[in-house]
Design a protein around this ligand. Sequence first.
Ligand code: 5GP
Ligand code: MN
Length: 365
Amino acid sequence: MPCFRHKPVRFSIFASQNDSESMFDPVEIKKAGRILAQSKKIALICHKNPDGDTIGAALAMYHYLSKKDYVVNALVPNDFPGFYQWMPGSEKMHIYDREAKYVRQCIAEADVIFCLDFNSLDRTGNMADALKKAKAVKIMIDHHQAPSDEFEYCFSVIDTSSTGELVYEFIDALGDKERIDLNVALALYTCIMTDTGSFSFSCNHARTYEIIADLVKRGVDAAKVHKLVYDTYSENRLRLLGFAISSRMLVWNGLHTAVIRLSKDDLKRFDFQIGDTEGVVNYPLSMAHINLAVLLTEKDDIIRISFRSKGDFDVNDFARKHFNGGGHRNASGGNSKLSLTATLEQMKNILGQYRQALDYQITLE
Ligand code: 5GP
Ligand code: MN
Protein backbone atom coordinates (compact mmCIF):
# COMPACT_ATOMS: atom_id res chain seq x y z
CA MET A 1 0.00 0.00 0.00
CA PRO A 2 1.66 3.26 -1.07
CA CYS A 3 2.20 5.88 1.56
CA PHE A 4 0.55 9.24 0.93
CA ARG A 5 2.03 12.06 2.90
CA HIS A 6 -0.15 14.80 1.47
CA LYS A 7 -3.67 15.30 0.34
CA PRO A 8 -3.86 14.61 -3.38
CA VAL A 9 -4.47 18.24 -4.22
CA ARG A 10 -2.93 18.07 -7.68
CA PHE A 11 -5.02 15.07 -8.71
CA SER A 12 -7.97 15.30 -11.08
CA ILE A 13 -8.75 17.53 -13.97
CA PHE A 14 -9.02 20.42 -11.54
CA ALA A 15 -5.32 20.57 -10.92
CA SER A 16 -4.17 23.01 -8.30
CA GLN A 17 -1.69 25.71 -9.31
CA ASN A 18 0.16 25.94 -6.04
CA ASP A 19 1.34 22.64 -4.69
CA SER A 20 4.88 21.53 -5.28
CA GLU A 21 4.16 17.85 -4.56
CA SER A 22 2.50 15.79 -7.24
CA MET A 23 0.21 13.12 -5.84
CA PHE A 24 -2.62 11.01 -7.18
CA ASP A 25 -5.84 10.05 -5.48
CA PRO A 26 -4.88 6.96 -3.42
CA VAL A 27 -8.27 5.33 -3.98
CA GLU A 28 -7.93 5.61 -7.76
CA ILE A 29 -4.35 4.35 -7.62
CA LYS A 30 -5.41 1.37 -5.55
CA LYS A 31 -8.15 0.55 -8.04
CA ALA A 32 -5.77 0.89 -10.98
CA GLY A 33 -3.26 -1.33 -9.15
CA ARG A 34 -5.93 -3.98 -8.68
CA ILE A 35 -6.84 -3.87 -12.37
CA LEU A 36 -3.17 -4.27 -13.28
CA ALA A 37 -2.79 -7.20 -10.90
CA GLN A 38 -5.58 -9.02 -12.74
CA SER A 39 -4.23 -8.26 -16.22
CA LYS A 40 -1.72 -9.82 -18.56
CA LYS A 41 -1.68 -7.95 -21.86
CA ILE A 42 -0.97 -4.25 -21.86
CA ALA A 43 -0.93 -1.78 -24.74
CA LEU A 44 0.82 1.57 -24.37
CA ILE A 45 -0.43 4.24 -26.75
CA CYS A 46 1.36 7.36 -27.98
CA HIS A 47 -0.25 10.33 -29.73
CA LYS A 48 0.10 11.13 -33.42
CA ASN A 49 3.22 13.00 -34.54
CA PRO A 50 4.93 11.69 -31.42
CA ASP A 51 7.18 13.92 -29.34
CA GLY A 52 9.74 13.09 -26.65
CA ASP A 53 7.16 13.07 -23.88
CA THR A 54 4.76 10.54 -25.39
CA ILE A 55 7.62 8.30 -26.63
CA GLY A 56 9.47 8.55 -23.31
CA ALA A 57 6.33 7.88 -21.24
CA ALA A 58 5.55 4.78 -23.32
CA LEU A 59 9.14 3.48 -23.12
CA ALA A 60 9.30 4.07 -19.36
CA MET A 61 6.09 2.09 -18.89
CA TYR A 62 7.36 -0.50 -21.36
CA HIS A 63 10.51 -1.22 -19.36
CA TYR A 64 8.72 -1.02 -16.01
CA LEU A 65 5.89 -3.38 -16.99
CA SER A 66 8.01 -5.81 -19.03
CA LYS A 67 10.10 -6.54 -15.95
CA LYS A 68 6.88 -7.32 -14.09
CA ASP A 69 6.19 -10.05 -16.65
CA TYR A 70 3.35 -8.42 -18.50
CA VAL A 71 3.04 -8.84 -22.24
CA VAL A 72 3.58 -5.24 -23.28
CA ASN A 73 3.28 -3.54 -26.65
CA ALA A 74 4.13 0.12 -27.22
CA LEU A 75 2.09 1.45 -30.14
CA VAL A 76 2.61 4.68 -32.08
CA PRO A 77 0.34 6.08 -34.82
CA ASN A 78 3.15 7.27 -37.11
CA ASP A 79 6.92 7.44 -37.36
CA PHE A 80 8.95 9.33 -34.78
CA PRO A 81 12.05 11.46 -35.33
CA GLY A 82 15.50 9.86 -35.51
CA PHE A 83 16.67 11.83 -32.49
CA TYR A 84 14.56 9.60 -30.24
CA GLN A 85 15.77 6.37 -31.78
CA TRP A 86 18.74 6.08 -29.39
CA MET A 87 16.30 5.42 -26.57
CA PRO A 88 16.50 1.83 -25.29
CA GLY A 89 13.42 -0.07 -26.44
CA SER A 90 12.49 2.39 -29.19
CA GLU A 91 13.27 -0.29 -31.79
CA LYS A 92 10.52 -2.44 -30.27
CA MET A 93 7.76 0.13 -30.73
CA HIS A 94 5.14 -0.72 -33.33
CA ILE A 95 4.11 1.97 -35.76
CA TYR A 96 0.54 1.88 -37.04
CA ASP A 97 1.45 3.36 -40.42
CA ARG A 98 3.71 0.34 -41.02
CA GLU A 99 2.03 -2.46 -39.07
CA ALA A 100 -1.66 -1.58 -38.92
CA LYS A 101 -2.82 -5.19 -38.60
CA TYR A 102 -0.51 -6.05 -35.71
CA VAL A 103 -1.29 -2.79 -33.89
CA ARG A 104 -5.05 -3.39 -34.23
CA GLN A 105 -4.59 -6.92 -32.87
CA CYS A 106 -2.63 -5.63 -29.84
CA ILE A 107 -5.35 -3.09 -29.11
CA ALA A 108 -8.16 -5.65 -29.47
CA GLU A 109 -6.44 -8.22 -27.24
CA ALA A 110 -5.21 -5.87 -24.50
CA ASP A 111 -6.60 -6.11 -20.97
CA VAL A 112 -5.35 -2.63 -20.12
CA ILE A 113 -4.58 0.29 -22.43
CA PHE A 114 -2.47 3.19 -21.18
CA CYS A 115 -3.03 6.43 -23.08
CA LEU A 116 0.06 8.53 -22.56
CA ASP A 117 0.41 12.27 -23.18
CA PHE A 118 -2.98 12.81 -24.80
CA ASN A 119 -6.49 13.10 -23.44
CA SER A 120 -8.78 12.46 -26.36
CA LEU A 121 -8.66 9.34 -28.54
CA ASP A 122 -8.86 11.45 -31.68
CA ARG A 123 -5.25 12.45 -31.04
CA THR A 124 -4.20 8.96 -32.16
CA GLY A 125 -5.23 9.49 -35.80
CA ASN A 126 -6.04 6.24 -37.60
CA MET A 127 -5.77 4.20 -34.40
CA ALA A 128 -8.71 6.00 -32.80
CA ASP A 129 -11.49 3.72 -34.07
CA ALA A 130 -9.71 0.57 -32.84
CA LEU A 131 -9.18 2.21 -29.44
CA LYS A 132 -12.82 3.25 -29.21
CA LYS A 133 -13.90 -0.36 -29.86
CA ALA A 134 -11.38 -1.96 -27.50
CA LYS A 135 -12.63 -4.02 -24.55
CA ALA A 136 -9.65 -3.06 -22.37
CA VAL A 137 -9.74 -0.79 -19.35
CA LYS A 138 -8.31 2.55 -20.51
CA ILE A 139 -6.01 4.41 -18.15
CA MET A 140 -5.02 7.90 -19.21
CA ILE A 141 -1.92 9.59 -17.82
CA ASP A 142 -1.63 13.11 -19.21
CA HIS A 143 -1.15 16.81 -18.56
CA HIS A 144 -3.18 18.53 -21.31
CA GLN A 145 -6.23 20.65 -20.62
CA ALA A 146 -9.84 19.52 -21.04
CA PRO A 147 -9.68 15.69 -20.90
CA SER A 148 -12.46 13.78 -22.65
CA ASP A 149 -14.55 11.15 -20.84
CA GLU A 150 -13.35 8.22 -22.96
CA PHE A 151 -11.16 6.72 -20.20
CA GLU A 152 -12.04 4.57 -17.19
CA TYR A 153 -9.16 6.08 -15.21
CA CYS A 154 -7.98 9.64 -15.61
CA PHE A 155 -4.64 10.51 -14.02
CA SER A 156 -4.54 14.05 -15.26
CA VAL A 157 -2.52 16.91 -13.80
CA ILE A 158 -2.38 20.00 -15.95
CA ASP A 159 0.03 22.00 -13.86
CA THR A 160 3.02 19.75 -14.26
CA SER A 161 6.08 19.52 -16.51
CA SER A 162 5.22 16.48 -18.55
CA THR A 163 3.49 13.15 -18.78
CA GLY A 164 6.86 11.60 -17.91
CA GLU A 165 6.74 13.28 -14.51
CA LEU A 166 3.28 11.80 -13.95
CA VAL A 167 4.47 8.33 -14.99
CA TYR A 168 7.17 8.63 -12.31
CA GLU A 169 4.47 9.56 -9.77
CA PHE A 170 2.27 6.72 -10.96
CA ILE A 171 5.01 4.11 -10.53
CA ASP A 172 5.93 5.65 -7.18
CA ALA A 173 2.29 5.64 -6.04
CA LEU A 174 2.03 1.95 -6.90
CA GLY A 175 4.90 1.41 -4.45
CA ASP A 176 7.35 0.53 -7.21
CA LYS A 177 9.85 3.40 -7.15
CA GLU A 178 12.71 0.97 -6.73
CA ARG A 179 11.77 -0.60 -10.05
CA ILE A 180 12.84 2.59 -11.83
CA ASP A 181 15.96 1.23 -13.47
CA LEU A 182 18.29 3.06 -15.85
CA ASN A 183 16.11 2.39 -18.92
CA VAL A 184 13.01 3.74 -17.19
CA ALA A 185 14.98 6.69 -15.83
CA LEU A 186 16.43 7.60 -19.24
CA ALA A 187 12.98 7.57 -20.79
CA LEU A 188 11.49 9.71 -18.00
CA TYR A 189 14.37 12.18 -18.11
CA THR A 190 13.83 12.59 -21.86
CA CYS A 191 10.13 13.31 -21.26
CA ILE A 192 10.83 16.05 -18.75
CA MET A 193 13.75 17.60 -20.63
CA THR A 194 11.93 17.79 -23.97
CA ASP A 195 8.55 18.92 -22.61
CA THR A 196 10.09 21.75 -20.62
CA GLY A 197 12.29 22.92 -23.53
CA SER A 198 15.35 21.91 -21.49
CA PHE A 199 13.92 23.40 -18.30
CA SER A 200 12.85 26.74 -19.76
CA PHE A 201 9.05 26.48 -19.33
CA SER A 202 6.53 24.41 -17.30
CA CYS A 203 9.35 23.92 -14.82
CA ASN A 204 8.39 25.95 -11.76
CA HIS A 205 7.61 23.10 -9.36
CA ALA A 206 10.31 21.97 -6.95
CA ARG A 207 8.93 18.45 -7.31
CA THR A 208 10.14 18.28 -10.94
CA TYR A 209 13.72 18.80 -9.78
CA GLU A 210 13.37 16.26 -6.97
CA ILE A 211 12.35 13.74 -9.59
CA ILE A 212 15.20 14.83 -11.89
CA ALA A 213 17.65 14.41 -9.01
CA ASP A 214 16.36 10.90 -8.41
CA LEU A 215 16.68 10.02 -12.11
CA VAL A 216 20.27 11.28 -12.16
CA LYS A 217 20.98 9.22 -9.02
CA ARG A 218 19.69 6.21 -10.94
CA GLY A 219 22.36 6.73 -13.57
CA VAL A 220 21.01 9.20 -16.13
CA ASP A 221 23.78 11.20 -17.80
CA ALA A 222 21.84 14.43 -18.29
CA ALA A 223 24.42 16.11 -20.53
CA LYS A 224 24.58 13.07 -22.78
CA VAL A 225 20.80 12.82 -23.13
CA HIS A 226 20.73 16.47 -24.13
CA LYS A 227 23.33 15.88 -26.83
CA LEU A 228 21.57 12.76 -28.13
CA VAL A 229 18.32 14.69 -28.57
CA TYR A 230 19.49 18.15 -29.58
CA ASP A 231 22.95 17.80 -31.17
CA THR A 232 22.13 15.35 -33.91
CA TYR A 233 21.00 17.70 -36.70
CA SER A 234 21.74 16.86 -40.31
CA GLU A 235 23.26 19.69 -42.33
CA ASN A 236 19.94 20.06 -44.18
CA ARG A 237 18.02 20.42 -40.93
CA LEU A 238 20.24 23.22 -39.67
CA ARG A 239 20.11 24.99 -43.05
CA LEU A 240 16.32 24.67 -43.08
CA LEU A 241 16.22 26.37 -39.67
CA GLY A 242 18.42 29.20 -40.95
CA PHE A 243 16.28 29.57 -44.08
CA ALA A 244 13.05 29.51 -42.07
CA ILE A 245 14.25 32.40 -39.92
CA SER A 246 15.97 34.48 -42.59
CA SER A 247 13.57 33.97 -45.52
CA ARG A 248 10.26 32.66 -44.23
CA MET A 249 9.59 34.65 -41.06
CA LEU A 250 7.17 37.57 -40.89
CA VAL A 251 7.30 39.83 -37.85
CA TRP A 252 4.02 41.56 -37.05
CA ASN A 253 5.34 44.02 -34.49
CA GLY A 254 1.96 45.59 -33.73
CA LEU A 255 0.63 42.16 -32.82
CA HIS A 256 3.77 41.06 -30.94
CA THR A 257 3.71 38.03 -33.19
CA ALA A 258 6.10 36.34 -35.60
CA VAL A 259 5.01 33.73 -38.14
CA ILE A 260 7.19 31.28 -40.01
CA ARG A 261 5.61 29.48 -42.93
CA LEU A 262 7.17 26.58 -44.79
CA SER A 263 5.75 25.31 -48.06
CA LYS A 264 6.05 21.78 -49.39
CA ASP A 265 8.67 23.07 -51.85
CA ASP A 266 10.69 24.60 -49.00
CA LEU A 267 10.69 21.27 -47.20
CA LYS A 268 11.65 19.40 -50.36
CA ARG A 269 14.53 21.78 -51.00
CA PHE A 270 16.07 20.80 -47.66
CA ASP A 271 15.22 17.10 -48.02
CA PHE A 272 12.81 17.22 -45.08
CA GLN A 273 12.90 14.29 -42.66
CA ILE A 274 10.46 13.69 -39.78
CA GLY A 275 11.43 15.90 -36.84
CA ASP A 276 13.34 18.46 -38.92
CA THR A 277 10.92 21.26 -38.04
CA GLU A 278 10.72 20.39 -34.34
CA GLY A 279 11.80 23.38 -32.29
CA VAL A 280 11.68 25.86 -35.21
CA VAL A 281 8.61 27.55 -33.72
CA ASN A 282 10.46 28.43 -30.51
CA TYR A 283 13.05 30.72 -32.12
CA PRO A 284 10.87 33.79 -32.77
CA LEU A 285 10.04 33.95 -29.05
CA SER A 286 13.67 34.84 -28.40
CA MET A 287 12.88 38.35 -29.68
CA ALA A 288 12.18 40.64 -26.74
CA HIS A 289 8.88 42.06 -27.96
CA ILE A 290 7.43 38.87 -29.46
CA ASN A 291 4.86 37.09 -27.29
CA LEU A 292 3.40 34.72 -29.88
CA ALA A 293 5.23 32.53 -32.40
CA VAL A 294 3.43 30.60 -35.12
CA LEU A 295 4.75 27.95 -37.49
CA LEU A 296 2.66 27.03 -40.54
CA THR A 297 3.80 23.89 -42.32
CA GLU A 298 2.25 22.77 -45.58
CA LYS A 299 1.45 19.05 -45.53
CA ASP A 300 -0.19 16.99 -48.30
CA ASP A 301 -3.80 17.84 -47.47
CA ILE A 302 -3.59 20.22 -44.54
CA ILE A 303 -1.64 23.09 -43.00
CA ARG A 304 -0.17 22.04 -39.63
CA ILE A 305 0.05 24.87 -37.16
CA SER A 306 2.22 25.16 -34.07
CA PHE A 307 1.75 27.95 -31.56
CA ARG A 308 4.10 29.02 -28.79
CA SER A 309 3.65 31.95 -26.43
CA LYS A 310 5.48 33.43 -23.54
CA GLY A 311 3.57 34.86 -20.60
CA ASP A 312 -0.16 35.32 -20.48
CA PHE A 313 -1.38 34.64 -23.99
CA ASP A 314 -3.22 31.30 -23.90
CA VAL A 315 -2.47 29.41 -27.12
CA ASN A 316 -4.43 26.34 -26.05
CA ASP A 317 -7.54 28.46 -25.97
CA PHE A 318 -6.62 30.18 -29.23
CA ALA A 319 -5.91 26.91 -31.10
CA ARG A 320 -9.12 25.35 -29.79
CA LYS A 321 -11.28 28.33 -30.76
CA HIS A 322 -9.90 29.03 -34.21
CA PHE A 323 -7.82 26.13 -35.53
CA ASN A 324 -9.44 22.89 -34.38
CA GLY A 325 -6.54 22.15 -32.05
CA GLY A 326 -5.36 22.46 -28.48
CA GLY A 327 -2.47 21.69 -26.16
CA HIS A 328 -1.12 23.80 -23.32
CA ARG A 329 -1.30 27.43 -22.32
CA ASN A 330 2.10 28.24 -23.88
CA ALA A 331 2.41 25.48 -26.51
CA SER A 332 -0.34 24.20 -28.74
CA GLY A 333 -1.09 22.97 -32.23
CA GLY A 334 -3.89 23.01 -34.75
CA ASN A 335 -4.80 22.58 -38.41
CA SER A 336 -6.17 24.56 -41.31
CA LYS A 337 -7.82 23.28 -44.45
CA LEU A 338 -7.14 26.50 -46.36
CA SER A 339 -4.05 27.10 -48.49
CA LEU A 340 -0.84 28.36 -46.90
CA THR A 341 -1.44 31.90 -48.11
CA ALA A 342 -5.09 31.90 -47.08
CA THR A 343 -4.21 30.49 -43.64
CA LEU A 344 -1.66 33.26 -43.16
CA GLU A 345 -4.23 35.90 -44.09
CA GLN A 346 -6.83 34.33 -41.81
CA MET A 347 -4.28 34.22 -38.98
CA LYS A 348 -3.58 37.94 -39.30
CA ASN A 349 -7.28 38.79 -39.34
CA ILE A 350 -8.07 36.69 -36.28
CA LEU A 351 -5.06 38.02 -34.39
CA GLY A 352 -6.37 41.53 -34.98
CA GLN A 353 -9.03 40.72 -32.36
CA TYR A 354 -6.27 39.88 -29.87
CA ARG A 355 -4.18 43.04 -30.29
CA GLN A 356 -4.68 44.06 -26.67
CA ALA A 357 -4.27 40.58 -25.23
CA LEU A 358 -0.92 40.27 -26.99
CA ASP A 359 0.40 43.61 -25.79
CA TYR A 360 2.35 42.91 -22.59
CA GLN A 361 5.90 42.70 -21.36
CA ILE A 362 7.52 40.00 -19.32
CA THR A 363 8.84 41.46 -16.08
CA LEU A 364 9.97 39.94 -12.81
CA GLU A 365 6.83 41.09 -10.95
P1 5GP B 1 3.41 20.84 -31.43
O1 5GP B 1 3.32 22.28 -31.86
O2 5GP B 1 4.75 20.54 -30.84
O3 5GP B 1 2.96 19.86 -32.47
O4 5GP B 1 2.37 20.68 -30.24
C1 5GP B 1 2.41 21.46 -29.08
C2 5GP B 1 1.46 20.90 -28.05
O5 5GP B 1 0.13 20.97 -28.50
C3 5GP B 1 1.71 19.44 -27.71
O6 5GP B 1 1.50 19.28 -26.33
C4 5GP B 1 0.67 18.69 -28.48
O7 5GP B 1 0.29 17.52 -27.84
C5 5GP B 1 -0.47 19.70 -28.56
N1 5GP B 1 -1.16 19.60 -29.86
C6 5GP B 1 -0.59 19.72 -31.08
N2 5GP B 1 -1.51 19.60 -32.05
C7 5GP B 1 -2.69 19.42 -31.45
C8 5GP B 1 -4.03 19.21 -31.93
O8 5GP B 1 -4.30 19.20 -33.14
N3 5GP B 1 -5.00 19.04 -30.98
C9 5GP B 1 -4.71 19.05 -29.64
N4 5GP B 1 -5.72 18.88 -28.78
N5 5GP B 1 -3.48 19.23 -29.16
C10 5GP B 1 -2.47 19.41 -30.04
MN1 MN C 1 3.60 16.24 -22.91
